[in-house]
Ligand binder design. Sequence first.
Ligand code: NAD
Length: 485
Amino acid sequence: MTSQTSLMQSAAFNWINGEPAPTQEHLECRNPATGRLITPLARGQASDVDAAVRAAQAAGPAWGARSFEERADILDRIADGIEANLDVLAAIESQDQGKPVSLAKRIDIPRAVANFRFFAGAVRHQELPSHRMADALNFTTRSPVGVCGLITPWNLPLYLLTWKLAPALAMGNTVVAKPSELSPLSAAALAVICKQAGLPDGVFNLVHGLGPEAGQAIVGHPDIKLISFTGGTATGVHVAGTAAPMFKKLSLELGGKNATLVFADADLDKAVDGAVRAAFTNQGEICLCGSRVLVERSIYPEFERRFVEQVKGLKMGDPADPNTDVGALNSLPHRDKVAGYVDLAREEGAQILCGGEVPELGPGLEGGAFYAPTVLAGLSTSSRCATEEIFGPVVTLHPFETEEEAVEAANGTRYGLSASLWTTDLNRAHRVSAQLQVGMVWVNTWLKRDLRTPFGGTKDSGVGREGGRWSLEFYSESKNICIQL
Ligand code: NAD
């Protein structure tokens, strides 16, 4: 196990060719629950990205020549290293991002372990296609793409970085990654863990810093052949605009405004529970959060009563307290954006059923970016609060009369990431799932993930799918070899 302080302080440097690399300038990394400075953060520039790309290119041939089994063994050792540091990494993630430490321990860090173990297994067991003709045999190989640029957001820092890094490494690529400047600490810790696990120098490089500086330099670097970007839709437009004319392989996982649809035949206890979890997990800062709840009118009053009661029971407070359900938002500017949407809802005549304020949480947390879990009712399904991504602990409730109306409202945003649907009618589950314009539908559950399945969105929620064989394909070049018999 490595000390928490030394892992956190490693973010003051980039990580290039297996060692810390200093930068001339620094940003600050603050705990959003207290406002306190944690560590200076390296502010990488285009020259740092270039150095990282050169290290990645130098390491590429040897890493790409290793067998899938050899690479999988190293991925398993990285997973072991993350697992051995679970408590430390959960504390780092919580202090850096604002999420409850209990959530980081239960979800974020175990999922990072699972990402490495899953893709180690996936490449060990992958089957490559062959197509026999009467007089020829086609077989398809997968070779590394080259240097991959991985850019990740602040909400699930280690979870999302490892979701990209594990398959990229498994397929023999080398990597230059840029975590969000708002929650970079677990990525810095991961670089140290990868080295301890025996990952060769130069295979995984990390450049910290701002999107328009380090991020833009990665997206525009001519020797980076693949970009996997997770973040906001507006940034995605910019990333696509730079990368597409350079013919880079591109995966864009962008924003969401996901509907939870509750039909009168649903198991109400489970639906209320699921809808609250979908709305407020990680303070509502998950792209998959169900931030618009559409409820069949006949059960609406009872649903609303129970939903609000359960939300009022969520314990908001110090993310380090193991009993906290809702922690701090990621930054004060983000908290102000969330509060701005609630002000807008007030102007639009919404009823605020609970929340709608900055809570007072006592000594030590006065400077924190907290916002009370908020339930809004009485807004149109086409209002701004019901269609724009707020990405915080704010949910709108809407009654509907018919299944058609529910589907139309669910599809009535620019986004198309996911939906969850609560019903005991199997035919309805099939019918409605088929009509929802999203990449993922959960029926009578939310955020149940099988890593073999495709993950991604439609419309303005992104382009492409990652997960299982979709990741193996994305992080490799397929080559068909046709042999005349
Ligand atoms: P963001 O777009 O502001 O930043 C994401 C990353 O891109 C950061 O590392 C940032 O530094 C970098 N970046 C910013 N400008 C850039 C540029 N010009 N070139 C290259 N990189 C640049 O997003 P955020 O605020 O960090 O994250 C929240 C958003 O991410 C939400 O919209 C959320 O829905 C989305 N998200 C989507 C998924 C998904 O799987 N679809 C998952 C998590 C989060």
